[in-house]
Design a protein around this ligand. Structure first.
Ligand SMILES: *[C@@H]1O[C@H](CO)[C@@H](O)[C@H](O)[C@H]1NC(C)=O
Ligand SMILES: *[C@@H]1O[C@H](CO)[C@@H](O)[C@H](O)[C@H]1NC(C)=O
Ligand SMILES: *[C@@H]1O[C@H](CO)[C@@H](O)[C@H](O)[C@H]1NC(C)=O
Ligand SMILES: *[C@@H]1O[C@H](CO)[C@@H](O)[C@H](O)[C@H]1NC(C)=O
Ligand SMILES: *[C@@H]1O[C@H](CO)[C@@H](O)[C@H](O)[C@H]1NC(C)=O
Length: 574
C-alpha cells in the first residue's frame, strides 16, 4: 500500500528535479504550442534517475514508517493567492499518509483504483491548489456505496443482464435490484461535463446506476471513475441510436404525460409503466410544460418505478434537483455547502485520461511551471456578440488592469524601471482561446516592460480556430486546456461559457467573469468576480408544479440566485 503510494508520487518528484536542472539553463520560451518540439527529452532524462530514486525512496520510507512518533506536519499548501504553485520544499516534509489523502482529494476518490491506468488521479492533487472545501463524510459514504452498487450492476454482470432482459417485456417491474440512467452526449465538452455530473447526482439520489453512451469523440478522454467496473454502455445494448431521442419522442416523459399514457397517481404499479423512458432536458424542454414536469416532485414517484431512464441535456440542470423537496434532505446531508457541489462532483468524476494528462503535463513543465504566478484567461467568442476582437481585447485589459490581475506597462523603453524583479516574482499568462488573435495582442502588449519591472510571459497552448464537436483530438486538446487552466492561481473566464465553469470548478478558484452583452458593443463593468463557484443553470424551468402551468414569476428560493453572467440563469448559493 505504502509502496504503491510512493510509486505514484515518484514521477512528480522527478519532474521537480528535472525542472530544477532544466530551469538553470533555460531561457523563457515565448512561443508555445502542444505540438512544439521539445528542447530536451523528459523521459531520457528521468530513466536513470528513476532507478536511483526508487531505491533511495524505498530506504527513506522504511525509516519513516518505522518511526510512529513522527507527527504528520501541517499542510504544505498554506500559501497566499500570489504565492504561486504548490511549493516544492514543503512537499518533502509531509508524511506519506497525509500525502495519499491529498491525492485522494480528502477521501473523495476511492483508494481501490489502479493508478497506472490513470496518472492524473494521483497527480492532479499535486498541481492544483488544495481545495479549501472538504467533501462531507456523508458524501464520501454515498460515493463508496455507489461504487459498490456500480460494481454489482455494471455492464455484463448478471444483474445488468437481468435488467436488460426486462427491456424486452415492455413494462417495468419492482423485482429488479439494478435500475439505470443512461446519459447521452450533447453539445461541446463543457456542456457534456456539466450534464454528466448533473446526471450522476440524479443517479446518486435515486439509487440508479449511471451508464454513459459513448460518442466516438468521447472515448478515453476520461478515466473510468468507478473501481472494478465500467461506466460505458455496452455496444450491444438493445435500444439503438440513443442519440436520436428528441423533444418529440413518443417515449419521452413529457409526451407520455401529455397524452395520459402514464399516470402520476401514487397507486400506479411498475407493471403499468414502460420499461424505458426518455427524459428530455435539452434547452428546448423549456417550450413544453410537460417536459418541465421533471422538476416537479410528483414526477419522481412515477420515474422511480421505471427501470431504465435515458437522459439528454445540454444544460447544467443540477440546481433544479435542489428545487425538489423529494431530494432536499439527502442533498443537504451530502452538500452542507451548496456552492461546491460541482467542484466536488467534477473532481470526483472527471480524471483526464493518460494521453490528455501527458499533453497537459508536457506543456505545463515546458512553459508554465517556472512562473511564480499563473493567470489563466479563457476567452470564448459567441457568434451573437457585437464586439470585435479589438473591443474584446480592450475589455480584457480593462478588467485585468483595473482589478490588479495584470501589471501595467511603462511607456518608456525596457531599460528604465527595474525595481526588484525577484521580489515581484514572474507571471505567466495562459491565454485559452480558439483564436490566435488575443494571444498576439497580449504578447505585443507585454513586449514593453512593466511598471514594476515584473517579468510577464504569455502562452497559448493551441488555437483551433473553430470548435469541432465530433473530433477526439480536438476534445483532447480542449480537456488539456481545462486542466492547464485549473492549475492557475487567478482565473478570468467568459460569460456563458461552460468551458469556463468547468475550469474554475476544477481549480477551486472564484474567477472574474468577462461579461457579454447581446445588445451592445460596450460592457460596464467589463468583468465581475463570481460570488460562488457553482456553474450557472442557463435555462431553468418556469413551471408552477401545483397548477401545472407556466409560471411567470422568477424562480426564487433560499439557496438560489441569479447568475452573474446570464440574466435568466440561476445558481446555487449557501
Ligand atoms: C520539516 O520538518 C522538520 C521536523 O518535523 C522541521 O524541523 C523542518 O523545519 C521542516 N522543514 C520545512 C521545510 O518545513
Ligand atoms: C451477460 O450477457 C453477456 C452477453 O450479452 C455475456 O457475455 C455475459 O457473460 C453475461 N454475464 C453473465 C454474468 O452472465
Ligand atoms: C414490445 O414493443 C415492441 C414495439 O412496440 C413490440 O414489437 C414487441 O412485440 C413488444 N414486446 C412485448 C413482449 O410485448
Ligand atoms: C519566484 O520564483 C523564483 C524561482 O522559483 C524564486 O527564486 C523567487 O523567490 C520567487 N519569487 C516570489 C516573489 O515568490
Ligand atoms: C481534428 O482536430 C485536429 C486538431 O485538433 C485536426 O488536426 C484534425 O484535422 C481534425 N480532424 C477532423 C476529421 O476534422
Amino acid at each position: 500500500m505504502i509502496t504503491v503510494t510512493l510509486l505514484s508520487f515518484l514521477p512528480y518528484k522527478l519532474n521537480l528535479i528535472c525542472n530544477f536542472i532544466k530551469g538553470k539553463q533555460r531561457e523563457p520560451i515565448e512561443e508555445g504550442g502542444f505540438e512544439m518540439k521539445k528542447r530536451w527529452s523528459f523521459m531520457a532524462m528521468i530513466r536513470p534517475l528513476f532507478v536511483v530514486l526508487l531505491v533511495t525512496a524505498m530506504a527513506c520510507l522504511v525509516l519513516l514508517s518505522s518511526n510512529p512518533q513522527s507527527a504528520p506536519p501541517a499542510r504544505a499548501s498554506s500559501q497566499t493567492e500570489t504565492d504561486g504553485y504548490y511549493k516544492h520544499d514543503g512537499v518533502s516534509n509531509q508524511s506519506t499518509t497525509s500525502r495519499s489523502e491529498d491525492m485522494l482529494l480528502g477521501s473523495l476518490l476511492s483508494p481501490d483504483l489502479d493508478e497506472h491506468s490513470c496518472m492524473s488521479r494521483y497527480q492532479s492533487g499535486l498541481y492544483r491548489k488544495t481545495s479549501p472545501h472538504n467533501p462531507s463524510t456523508y458524501l464520501v459514504s454515498k460515493l463508496r456505496n455507489y461504487e459498490a452498487l456500480h460494481k454489482r450492476c455494471g455492464p455484463n454482470t448478471l444483474l445488468y443482464n437481468k435488467s436488460v432482459e426486462q427491456l424486452r417485456t415492455n413494462h417495468s417491474t419492482d423485482q429488479l435490484e439494478c435500475n439505470y440512467v443512461i446519459w447521452t452526449p450533447l453539445g461541446g465538452l463543457g456542456n457534456r461535463m456539466l450534464t454528466l455530473a448533473s446526471t450522476f447526482l440524479y443517479a446518486l439520489l435515486t439509487g440508479r446506476v449511471l451508464l454513459v453512451d459513448h460518442a466516438t469523440d468521447f472515448v478515453d478522454l476520461f478515466c473510468e471513475p468507478f473501481p472494478g467496473s465500467s461506466w460505458v454502455l455496452p455496444s450491444n445494448f438493445p435500444i439503438e441510436s440513443l442519440n436520436s431521442f428528441d423533444v418529440d419522442s413518443k417515449m419521452s416523459y413529457g409526451y407520455l404525460m401529455k397524452h395520459n399514457l402514464i399516470s402520476e397517481d401514487p397507486k400506479t404499479w411498475s407493471e403499468m409503466l414502460p420499461s424505458f423512458v426518455y427524459v428530455h432536458l435539452e434547452s428546448t424542454y423549456i417550450w413544453d410544460m410537460y417536459h418541465q414536469l421533471f422538476f416537479c416532485d410528483d414526477s419522481h414517484f412515477v420515474l422511480s418505478k421505471i427501470n431504465w431512464l435515458l437522459l439528454k441535456s445540454d444544460n447544467y440542470f443540477l440546481p433544479g434537483l435542489f428545487m425538489l423537496s423529494t431530494f432536499e434532505n439527502e442533498l443537504s446531508r451530502m452538500f452542507p455547502s451548496r456552492e461546491t457541489v460541482f467542484h466536488h462532483l467534477s473532481r470526483y468524476l472527471f480524471q483526464p485520461g493518460n494521453s490528455v494528462w501527458e499533453l497537459a503535463m508536457k506543456y505545463y513543465h515546458s512553459y508554465v511551471a517556472m512562473a511564480n504566478q499563473t493567470v489563466g484567461i479563457q476567452i470564448r467568442d459567441f457568434p451573437w456578440s457585437l464586439m470585435s476582437k479589438e473591443d474584446r481585447f480592450n475589455q480584457i485589459m480593462d478588467c485585468t488592469l483595473k482589478e490588479n490581475i495584470l501589471p501595467h506597462v511603462t511607456q518608456h523603453s525596457r531599460k528604465t524601471t527595474y525595481l526588484n524583479t525577484d521580489e515581484m516574482g514572474s507571471k505567466a499568462i495562459l491565454v485559452i482561446s480558439l483564436y490566435k488573435d488575443y494571444y498576439d495582442r497580449m504578447k505585443s502588449y507585454y513586449a514593453r516592460s512593466t511598471h514594476v519591472g515584473q517579468h510577464v510571459n504569455v502562452y497559448q497552448p493551441s488555437h483551433e480556430e473553430a470548435q469541432q464537436l465530433k473530433n477526439q483530438s480536438h476534445n483532447e486538446k480542449a480537456l488539456a486546456e481545462i486542466v492547464l487552466l485549473s492549475f492557475s492561481d487567478v482565473l478570468v473566464t467568459s460569460a456563458w461559457s461552460t468551458f469556463g465553469y468547468v475550469s474554475y470548478n476544477f481549480a477551486g478558484v472564484k474567477p472574474w467573469i468577462l461579461l457579454s452583452s447581446k445588445v451592445s458593443k460596450e460592457v460596464h463593468p467589463p468583468c465581475r468576480r463570481v460570488t460562488t463557484m457553482d456553474p450557472c443553470f442557463h435555462t431553468p424551468p418556469s413551471i408552477n408544479c401545483k397548477t401545472k402551468r407556466r409560471s411567470k414569476t422568477k424562480l426564487t428560493g433560499a439557496h438560489i440566485k441569479q447568475c452573474e453572467d446570464v440574466e435568466e440563469g440561476i445558481k446555487l448559493v449557501d
